[in-house]
Every structure is written in C-alpha cells, then in structure tokens.
Write a protein that binds this ligand. Structure first.
Ligand code: HEM
Length: 422
C-alpha cells in the first residue's frame, strides 16, 4: 500500500481522536516510531492491521471506519491530484471517476516494486452517471464509497449510489452505479462532448421518427455543434419525417441511452436539420424487435380477461404486442401483471395472401397474450399486451398489414420530399 494512505490515515485519526492517537496506534501494532514516506510502498498486511486498529480506536465497524476515512481523505486527494497535474481543474466527482484508471491511479503504479494500480474500472454511462467495477484482494470498497461521498461533498454535488453488488457480500467484484440525484442532470446531455465525440470519430447517428403511424429510421452525420445546438445531415425521407414531427429520437454509437431532440429548423435543399433541447430518454431507442404501427383507421378490439370481456380501440400493434385504449367506464378487476388475455380484432386489409390463397379482408384475428401494464389515458385506461408467439398465419397477416402501412406512408412521403426540395 502506498505511503500516502498511511499519512492520510494519521491525519484522519488525529482529526477524530486528537493528537497522540497515531503514536498509540503504532504502539498497539508494535510499529513503534515507524515513519511512512509518501513515495514508498508498504506491505498490505501493515495497512490492514492499522485499519483494524483504527476501527477499534474509533469504536466503529471496519467498513464504517474505512468509509469515514475515505470521506475525510477526498479533499486532500483532489488538492494533491491538482498539484500533480493529474486532475483537470474543472473536473468534478464524475469526471474524476471517469478518468480514474487512465489519469489518476496509473501514476501510482510502480513496476520496480511490482505495484500495480488498484483495478477500478469506470464507464461514463451519461453526463450524470458513472458505472464502477472494483476488483481487489484488499476489498477496500467502503473506502471507495467514502472517497466518492467525500468528493460529492467537496464539489457540493448530490451524489448517490445504486445497483450495488459487493465483494463483502461474497460477490466476485464490487459493481455500483454513481449518479447525480437531480432530475435535471439525469436527463442532461453534454452536447459539445457527446456530439464532438461522434464527429471526431466520423461516426453516424441513427434517427428514429414516425410518419402516419409507421416508424422510419435512417443514419445521419454531425456537421456542426455548439453548446446547445447540433446541425446534422440526414437523408431526405428521414428529414421530412423530422420536419413533420418537429421532434426526433436518436442514438449515438457510444451512448447506451437514447436522446430526444426538438427540430428547430430544416433545410430541405441542403438536407440539414438543426437540433435543439437535446435530452436523454429513459432507456435505449431503436431496440424494438418488431416495428410497431399506429392504425390509420379506428380498429375496435374485444378483449377477454378470465370470464369478462372488455371493449377498446387499438392504439398501436406489432407482431410482439399491442397497446389498447379501453372503453370509458371499463371496470377493471385488480389486474395482475402478466395476467393472460385474448385479443379479438379485425385487420383492416382489403385482402391478404396466405401461401397460395387470397383471403378477402377485413381479416379476423384472435391473439393470445399477457398484460404488461395498465396506465391511465384520456379519462380511461390504456393496456399494454405482449403477444405469445404468433401462429404462422397471424404472423403473415401482421407482416402484410405493416408492409401496407409502410408503403402507404412511403408514397405520401416521396410526393412531399419533391415539394420540400423545391
Ligand atoms: C473518486 C475518486 C477516487 C476513488 C473512488 C478512489 C478509490 C481508491 C481505492 C478504493 C483505493 C484502494 C484500492 C485498493 O487498494 O484495492 C485507492 C487507492 C489509492 N488512491 Fe484513490 N481514489 C480516488 C481518487 C484518487 C486521487 C485523486 C488520488 C491521487 C491524487 C488517488 C490516489 C490513490 C493512491 C495513491 C492509492 C493507493 C494505491 C496503492 O497503494 O497501490 N486516488 N483509491
């Protein structure tokens, strides 16, 4: 263990228990008059013994002692890191965490003594959140949490922890997520950083929009960006869907979470759009296995739940599931998650091709599924249903319905693209 840790421990104990405690601690460890140098390494065994004695002196359990020690040490680590030039002056808690392995701990490795920096891997999930994984024989995870908590206090940031897996609870490693517990920061996007990264890598952004209830998606490039606006180049059809919706969803290759942006301006001739109000969405975008369409005509639905029947309207549908708006005053029983249902409706197609036969529409369908959730909507309830695997015939009908909706939307779009480019 690095000598700095022992000097920091001395400072911590003296701040808590007063002068002279360090000598008493060294005596109790049979290390009378031991001097610790800030540029030397000492056996882990010595550190462990001093940590345990510190806990006894403070009358606290060892994990709580290490956490308090970490918290106490934070301001000193920041000052030291800045004076060594390894911490950028503008970095705060999550920036320091993000650069922990590469910038902060690496300089403390000492190959001559066989000392490697602790294995603390961090990944910046988004502006307001960093995932951390820590593996170490030393199992100093409470110290890690204490240092992070202390950094949060030092920078006046609302730091919080979640999804904790811990070596002290027999896990092979510690894994946790550290985030800024503030709704604004949870959706905040550092536009210059994220779009700068995309542009420097000449990477493509994927855009997601809907037109006439049909999803459209295409790739685009970052042309320019400023602190809160991004100019992108997008193919004409996608640009038009963006213009109509005045909003777009997008995914950047390096971000696990999707983004939502308002369309401030569209230049049809140059194939460009200006994005503004860029915020994070709740999760990833563009991960749907089955494209979901919103029916263009009213599609009545009957739904059987146990012995009861409910009526409603189809809000959207895919081969994987549907969302249904129940008729007003539908009295739902205490609905359980994943309750089985059967959904009865007619697909509004003039005809469908089923192998060698052509069946005239509307095509009746009865699909089994399970309730995923129920939420209030327009004074009634909307229900999301996951379909069981569709029989081949139903799959073919669904596919032809999606294709027809897509072709209809394409026809209108293509006509309007010409007008947009004039
Ligand atoms: C949020 C920021 C930080 C966290 C979470 C953190 C966490 C930790 C942890 C958990 C250890 C013990 C690891 C082990 O031995 O298994 C450690 C060791 C250490 N840290 Fe940090 N640290 C942070 C920032 C810093 C900074 C800014 C500096 C220096 C300027 C620093 C210097 C050290 C040193 C010298 C060691 C001892 C390494 C050794 O003995 O091999 N740390 N840190």
């Amino acid at each position: 263990m690095h000598g700095i840790m022992f000097l920091a421990l001395e400072d911590f104990l003296e701040a808590r228990l007063g002068e002279g405690v360090w000598e008493r601690l060294l005596q109790a460890a049979n290390l009378h008059d031991q001097q610790f140098e800030p540029d030397r390494y000492y056996p882990d065994q010595v550190a462990n013994e001093l940590f345990e004695l510190s806990a006894r002196f403070l009358k606290q359990p060892l994990p709580a002692t290490l956490e308090l020690f970490g918290q106490h040490m934070s301001p000193g680590l920041v000052t030291m890191g800045r004076s060594m030039g390894i911490l950028h002056k503008d970095w705060k808690t999550l920036d320091i965490l993000e650069h922990l392995q590469s910038h902060v701990l690496a300089p403390f490795a000492n190959i001559e003594f066989g000392v490697m920096p602790p294995d603390i891997r961090t990944y910046r999930l988004k502006h307001g959140e960093v995932a951390v994984a820590y593996v170490s024989r030393r199992k100093l995870c409470p110290l890690l949490k204490g240092i992070i908590r202390g950094m949060g206090q030092f920078f006046h940031e609302p730091i919080a922890f979640k999804e904790q897996v811990c070596m002290l609870q027999d896990a092979p490693l510690c894994r946790l997520s550290i985030y800024l517990d503030d709704p604004f920061f949870l959706r905040y996007v550092d536009v210059e950083r994220e779009f700068g990264l995309v542009q420097s890598r000449i990477a493509e952004i994927t855009f997601y929009n809907t037109f006439q209830g049909v999803p459209f998606s295409d790739l685009g490039l970052v042309l320019r960006y400023s602190k809160d606006e991004v100019l992108v180049q997008v193919p004409p059809l996608q640009l038009l869907t963006m213009k109509v919706e005045k909003v777009t969803y997008l995914s950047l290759p390096h971000l696990p979470q999707g983004l939502k942006a308002l369309i401030r301006d569209v230049d049809g001739n140059q194939g460009m759009a200006a994005l503004t109000n860029i915020r994070l969405t709740d999760g990833a975008v563009g991960c749907r296995r089955f494209p979901r369409v919103t029916p263009d005509k009213s599609m009545p639905v009957h739904m059987k739940l146990g012995k009861r029947t409910f009526r409603g309207l189809m809000l959207n549908i895919s081969s994987g599931g549907a969302r249904i708006l129940l008729e007003k005053e539908s009295r739902l029983p205490e609905v359980l998650l994943f309750e089985p249902v059967s959904v009865d409706f007619a697909m509004p197609l003039k005809y469908v091709e089923l192998d060698d036969t052509i069946v005239l529409g509307p095509v009746p369908m009865v699909v089994d599924g399970n309730i995923l959730d129920v939420s209030p909507m327009d004074g009634s309830m909307a229900m999301r249903i996951v379909f069981s695997a569709l029989p081949r015939r139903d799959g073919m009908v669904m596919e032809q319905y999606s294709r027809k909706m897509h072709d209809d939307a394409m026809e209108v779009l293509q006509g309007r693209v010409v007008a947009m480019q004039k």
